[in-house]
Write a protein that binds this ligand. Structure first.
Ligand code: FES
Length: 106
């Protein structure tokens, strides 16, 4: 799973690109445990079989520190994520926004 840093607003994916879930690694988000959130997110994506369809990317301060830990997926943002609630946020908010992997039938 790729992991890179970026600056600026996320760009929308094309249909054949991995979806990029941007996670703020700025100071406020770091202090609230973004490293633990990332580890759990990677595990959740694997559990859902989405590790090849979603790229986790770091971004510098999203200027939404009052919502830390802060994430963006396209035009959708997710705030107040914490290590203790990432599973709930993932299943209730993030997962429904992800494209389903293309099914290959024989
Ligand atoms: S440090 Fe994460 S939004 Fe500012």
């Amino acid at each position: 799973m790729g992991w890179g840093a970026r600056q600026g607003a996320p760009e929308g994916p094309t249909m054949d690109e991995k979806q990029q879930l941007f996670i703020c690694v700025g100071t406020a988000c770091h202090q609230l445990g973004v490293r633990d959130v990332l580890a759990r997110l990677e595990h959740l994506l694997c559990e859902e079989g989405l590790e090849d369809h979603v790229e986790l990317r770091g971004m510098f301060c999203g200027e939404e520190c009052e919502k830390a830990i802060y994430m963006q997926l396209g035009e959708t943002s997710f705030g107040h994520v914490r290590p203790h609630n990432i599973e709930q946020v993932f299943h209730e908010q993030i997962r429904p926004c992800l494209r389903k992997p293309t099914c290959v039938t024989g």
